[in-house]
Design a protein around this ligand. Sequence first.
Ligand SMILES: [Zn+2]
Length: 253
Amino acid sequence: MLHYVSDDEKLTEHEPWNITTAAFDQLLNYLEAEGYHTVTFEDIERGNRYEKEIIITFDDCPKHLWDYAIPELQKRNMKAVFYLLGGHIGGYNYWNTESGLSRIDLMDAEQIAKLSEVGMEVGSHGYHHVMMEELNVEEATEQITKSKEKLEGIINKEILSIVYPYGSLPPKYNMLVPQAGYKYGLSVYTPWESKYAIRRWLYDNTDTLSTLKEKLSSNYGLYRSFADKWRIWKPALLRAMYKKYSKLKSAFK
Ligand SMILES: [Zn+2]
């Protein structure tokens, strides 16, 4: 999971979402050296599979990806999937600026069409950058269908996958997302993985060759299947332990 790739000093406040071009190079160099194929969901649908494969994803999709990241991928014959907000085409990162961070311009319709023309895949990031778990079924349906229609109108091609903003799963996602016509849904941390709640990992400026190797290992997948559950269980367990401790404490008074 990637977002912004820029050496602009003003973007350092967007870390870990912004990575330097050097960090981006480190990632691509490693994948190339290890013989990874960068695939898209279209490849998976068509059965174009490889022993070593990876899906590189970009959320939000600023205009500046055309300055370095995309040309660099093209140079190396690599592909990625780009997730855009249907309601903010040619807009900006309003959800960041609302919390005091600097403005970053997002791709316009022409740039989105170009992504598809050069062989990159376009995906939906919903209509607005909202926490989908806070929506009811009708509202969530609107977010996921409106963005798909809007983007398909621009690229003249079927949108296969959606990335939920903040990795926040919409209600009844295992039903709503395929109903809207998507084949895949991507989250970040998810206790129970499914085609519509695919786990992802963040690559940022702090990653080294050894953390990268670790994150690409099957052990890491196993670790995440436990760690993501623990993220949900931890508060509940701590509450239960605290209750028990308080009872014990009062019993010995
Ligand atoms: Zn986002």
